[in-house]
Write a protein that binds this ligand. Structure first.
Ligand code: SF4
Length: 376
């Protein structure tokens, strides 16, 4: 049992200039510092986040988080999904059962009718499905469960404080039964532990059986220093033969990027098509929820992702440039189209302009719908 230390934080929301294409959010929060789940690969251990001491054994509880959230949301420049999760803690780690910070923050977001994306590894989120359904009825709520391996033995090794993957899939089924948009973040996929084609195929099959709307695949990064060394210590205790291979794949790199190794993109796209699971959060999930320029940017980014996964980065690049430009746009996209000023938006080529026009006129993008795997 971890030591829980109440603190009063000065700020809560971390904000980014552009809406993130993976999570659909431009702001998120850490309700705790440290995480009892204690995942061996956790990025939160890296020196960059300045969490000293026992990362999984001493958890700081930001007891004034709901008050901070109320204050900081009032100052947000634009409406978008608020991300509850990610960063340096899991909002539904065991401390949440006692402190209820995530629930209080969701209550506030429900009151304000703001869209929410919850990302967690914990079945404790099932406690708040009523609240997420209420948010979904007025704004939009997405629930993503993160899984690094469907094999329970691998998961127990690298995620010692988490529920087994199967329990996480069952929560997704419950959320789906309530009509929520759901997804799996299959990340980080671990070299030699959970990256075999049969293991990835099993994850896709289980996610499809759970009826989720999307499955995103992400690789492992291990930043030089505490994150890398902790992971290798855990690995060495159970799979010593892999330590040297990991040392070679993950040289002491500041950003933690691997050197070489197989790319998962082609296989991920093939599995996405076979199981009709979108490799990005599908447009139908966020249609009409965000400002139209941001929505258009995310649609273009989704198309770019299909090209990138399919090994065509050159086709992805102009779409990504256009997506960035649209997401940064301050003007209303409809007004620009009506005034015939779309050509003035920087970095939009003919293809991007045509997609924007279609979106403004019909609310849809046929090329996206035809290309994006989706079982709905
Ligand atoms: S659940 Fe997330 S934040 Fe918590 S230890 Fe695992 S990876 Fe880190």
């Amino acid at each position: 049992m971890a030591e829980l230390v109440p603190i009063r934080a000065r700020t809560l929301l971390r904000r980014s200039k552009l809406t993130d294409g993976w999570f659909l959010s431009s702001c998120g929060m850490n309700l705790y510092r440290g995480c009892e789940h204690g995942c061996a690969y956790c990025d939160g251990r890296a020196e960059a986040y300045q969490i000293e001491g026992d990362f999984a054994g001493r958890i700081e509880v930001k007891e004034n988080a709901p008050e901070l959230l109320a204050r900081e949301l009032a100052r947000l420049p634009r409406r978008g999904f608020v991300l509850l999760g990610g960063g340096v803690c899991d909002a539904y780690q065991p401390a949440e059962a006692r402190h209820g910070l995530a629930r209080r923050c969701l209550e506030l977001l429900a009151e304000l009718e703001l869209p929410v994306h919850v990302l967690t590894k914990s079945p404790l989120v099932a406690r708040d499905l009523d609240l997420l359904a209420r948010i979904d009825a007025r704004a939009r709520a997405i629930l993503s469960l993160s899984v690094s391996a469907v094999d329970p033995e691998v998961a127990a090794l690298v995620e010692p404080g988490c529920a087994p993957p199967e329990e996480r899939f069952r929560v997704l089924e419950q959320a789906r039964a309530r009509g929520l948009a759901t997804g799996v973040m299959l990340t980080p996929v671990l070299p030699w532990l959970s990256d075999a084609p049969a293991q990835l195929a099993a994850a896709f099959a289980r996610a499809r059986a759970a009826g989720v709307d999307f499955l995103l695949v992400g690789g492992l990064t291990l930043k030089a220093g505490r994150q890398l060394e902790h992971f290798l210590t855990v690995l060495g205790g159970a799979r010593e033969e892999l330590v040297a291979r990991y040392r070679e794949r993950y040289p002491a790199d500041r950003f933690g990027n691997p050197r070489g190794g197989p790319r998962l993109d082609a296989l991920a796209l093939e599995l996405a098509r076979r199981h009709q699971l979108a490799p990005r959060i599908p447009h139908r999930v966020f249609r009409g929820v965000l400002e139209l320029a941001v929505e258009a940017g995310l649609v273009l980014e989704g198309l770019a992702a299909l090209h990138a996964l399919g090994g065509e980065p050159r086709r992805a690049a102009p779409l990504l440039r256009a997506a960035r430009s649209l997401k940064a746009l301050r003007e209303d996209l409809r007004d620009l189209v009506r005034a015939g000023l779309l050509a003035q938006v920087p970095d939009l080529d003919d293809e991007a302009r045509a997609l924007c026009l279609e979106l403004v006129e019909t609310g849809r993008c046929l090329r996206y719908e035809q290309g994006m795997p989706d079982h709905s």
